[in-house]
Ligand binder design. Structure first.
Ligand code: ASP
Ligand code: MG
Length: 405
């Protein structure tokens, strides 16, 4: 929501659904740019601030839009009231800045739908820690997660996410103009897509949707409310749902990529029990997430190399941790690169098809793209390559698996 006009636009979407006879709960995010501004203020006030006060500051963006939307709705003759996270309440863990939702009380909302026909306008992104009573926030993009949690609590038929794209695409259309919008995508696939770089929704919101079986419809906030007939034409968008709701499964559904990775190679480590623990233990203690891991079997039975990836933002810290444990690990030296990208191919159909990854390795080799590391799981595989080849690789794989229009 950029300004009051956009809020009016949202209100007309709400009004349309109410007039169609639906009971509606709306979860709002802050006006665009607001949360960034609030975060900047908190940092400016003191770089090392109390996370509880950070939450008290950044949660206010949603408080504003919730109140404004309720005002606009009332002005349009729609019965509505705003709710802050603590008022429902939405109870969370006390991990300030990235709290997890523990419980949402939707009873009062349902009662008010039934008795008053009242629309609930709920501030997303925020909640409250039960024991301390303090305001928490759910991490950037957290209003998606608020929306899915509330949808689960009130047993909604569907959770519509109005966002700045009109659905989930086979890959980023800015990289592959021929990317297609998916009509449906299974939770598992979407979870992989979101975790592996597609930035459509907060990852936790998909996890939550999957656990509670909330059907999530990703649609554009730029749709004109008047153009949509709530009973008939389904607007463009992507339904994230259980795989049983999807009739035809292509082998590959989408390709995600991320340039936010860095590679670290620990050279000439002793090839003996306990070395992996000596390397990854301290990294875990430093809260650094290790993703892809490749270890060679040593040719001489004495030393080997161990390569892995960490978030690019943690690259310097990870190196420092390893330097500190150099004697304990007993390696010769460290190598690394921030100029790497992870390309991931995702599809539930991979469960029943062999050789899907092999095709990709061949296609990349034909383009002289070197693979630095590989990981696979049941419904996806990822390759680590030089950043410079990101676009080329994504385009090649997109056509290889028949995803081009
Ligand atoms: N306003 C919060 C943010 O910018 C939450 C959200 O928009 O989902 O991250
Ligand atoms: Mg958002």
């Amino acid at each position: 929501m950029a300004d009051i006009d956009r809020i009016r636009n949202v209100a007309r979407h709400v009004q349309r659904e109410v007039n169609a006879g639906h009971e509606v709960a709306v979860v709002v995010s802050a006006m665009s740019g607001t949360t960034n501004q609030l975060v900047a203020w908190a940092r400016d006030a003191a770089p090392l601030h109390d996370a509880r006060e950070y939450d008290a500051v950044v949660a206010t963006g949603e408080q504003i839009t919730a109140g404004l939307l309720a005002i606009v709705l009332e002005d349009m003759g729609v019965n509505a009231r705003s709710w802050q996270g603590w008022q429902l309440p939405i109870l969370t863990s006390n991990a300030h800045g990235s709290a997890r939702i523990d419980d949402v009380n939707g009873e009062e909302l349902v009662k008010r739908f039934r008795e008053l026909g009242q629309v609930a306008v709920i501030a997303g992104f925020q909640g409250m820690h039960k024991e301390t009573g303090r305001i928490t926030t759910l991490g950037r993009g957290g209003s998606d997660t608020s929306a899915v949690a509330i949808a689960a609590a009130i047993h909604a038929d569907r959770c519509d996410i109005y966002t700045d794209v009109d659905g989930v695409y086979t890959t980023d259309p800015r990289v592959v103009p021929r990317a297609r919008r998916l009509e449906k995508i299974a939770y598992e696939e979407m979870l992989e897509m979101a975790s592996l770089g597609a930035k459509v929704m907060q990852v936790r919101s998909i996890e939550l949707g999957m656990v509670h079986n909330v059907r999530i419809f990703v649609r554009s906030s730029f749709d004109r409310p008047e153009d949509i007939d709530p009973h008939q034409n389904q607007p463009p968008g992507t339904l994230i749902c259980d795989e049983s709701e999807i009739m035809e499964h292509p082998v590959v559904s989408g390709i995600a990529f991320s340039r936010d990775e860095a590679q670290i190679s620990v050279r000439l480590v002793p090839d003996k029990p306990g070395v992996a623990a000596a390397i990854f233990g301290p990294l875990a203690d430093a809260n650094i997430n290790v993703d892809m891991i490749v270890q060679n079997v040593s040719p001489d039975g004495a030393t080997t190399d161990l390569t892995f990836t960490v978030p690019a933002a943690d690259y310097a810290r990870a190196n420092a941790v390893l330097v500190k444990s150099k004697d304990k690990i007993g390696y010769d030296h460290l190598d690394g690169s921030r100029e790497v990208a992870k390309i991931s191919v995702i599809g539930i159909g991979m469960r029943s098809h062999a050789g899907v990854a092999a095709q990709a390795f061949k296609a990349l080799a034909e383009r002289q793209i070197n693979i630095r590391a590989i990981t696979t799981s049941e419904i996806k595989f990822s390759v680590l390559i030089d950043t410079a080849y990101t676009e080329l690789a994504v385009r090649a794989l997109h056509s290889l698996y028949g995803l081009d229009k």
